[in-house]
Design a binder for this molecule. Structure first.
Ligand code: FPP
Length: 270
């Protein structure tokens, strides 16, 4: 039986929905890996793999909308990916631009809020403008929040939060003794969303690869050999089934979580 997730102050950021099903993660975060290998197996250029990967993004969004997942964060481009061959980075930029032009209206019509996390100053002006327009158009849509991590790095996210804290202290808005987990968390990307319940990585590697380092602290991790462009609903159902079978303890004991210990004896383990 899936255990009930611990209450989170940020739950209120997602409007309640009647059809929220037990065992369905509220927030899914995905590393979409394997585009290059998918293309190599077909003796095609890597850019073709990324194009096929863009189609799989739609499969994933459709699935989340059907299942009542409330937030989906996709790792589209890491801060390290800028170091890839110029030709591949160029192809990805073209693909992002085309996807923004093609998909945003439809996402808006379907009630999806689109947002971007990461250092967008590194993107060309046309892409930055499209990102901003997509965010403005879809702001407040409540069916699904789609966060695209682009030029994103988890360490960079933590460093930016540390810098924001330092600025607040230097300006006298915050005292050092007020810096706690909540103060750091409030300055991280996606601070207004509950943290991911389920992390999925396709492509067969078992790594977090500098994705949401802070936010994944208690996330259930699920890995598959499936290459991202081959993603289908059956694979995503498999991930959800695995998630539903996990007991989430959040540092407590199994007995505490299942309610077989009286509340008076419940205390967090280290
Ligand atoms: C990792 O596969 C994938 C990327 C670096 C790019 C992800 C981009 C997409 C899925 C397409 C478009 C996305 C959006 C949001 C429109 P890899 O190239 O590292 O694959 P490999 O490990 O097989 O080489």
């Amino acid at each position: 039986m899936p255990s009930t997730p611990a209450p989170d102050a940020r739950d209120s950021a997602l409007p309640a929905r009647q059809e929220e099903a037990p065992g369905v993660p509220r927030h899914v975060a995905i590393i979409m890996d394997g585009n290059g290998r998918w293309a190599a197996r077909r003796r095609r250029p890597r850019a073709i793999g990324h194009r096929a990967g863009a189609r799989a993004v739609n499969v994933c969004i459709d699935f989340c909308l059907e299942q009542g997942v409330r937030a989906l964060t996709l790792f589209a481009f890491s801060s390290e990916n800028w170091g890839r061959p110029e030709e591949e980075v160029g192809a990805l930029m073209k693909l992002f631009l085309a996807a923004l032009d093609r998909e945003v209206e439809e996402l808006h019509r379907r009630g999806v809020e689109v947002r971007f996390i990461g250092d967008r100053t590194r993107f060309p002006a046309d892409i930055r403008a499209r990102m901003q327009a997509a965010e403005m158009l879809t702001r407040g849509n409540a069916r699904l929040t789609l966060a695209i991590a682009a030029s994103y790095g988890g360490r960079q996210d933590i460093a930016a939060a540390a810098r924001a804290l330092a600025e607040d202290v230097a300006a006298g808005r915050l005292r050092p003794e007020q810096i706690d987990e909540a103060a750091v968390g409030a300055r991280m990307a996606l601070a207004d969303l509950p943290p991911p319940d389920l992390f999925i990585r396709t492509g067969g590697d078992f790594r977090i690869s500098n994705f949401l380092l802070w936010q994944l602290a208690y996330t259930e991790l699920w890995f598959t050999e499936t290459l991202w462009p081959d993603l289908d609903a059956a694979t995503l159902h498999e991930a959800i089934r695995a998630f539903a079978g996990r007991e989430r303890r959040f540092g407590l004991t199994g007995e505490q979580v299942s309610g077989t210990v009286p509340p008076s004896q419940r205390s967090a383990t280290p």
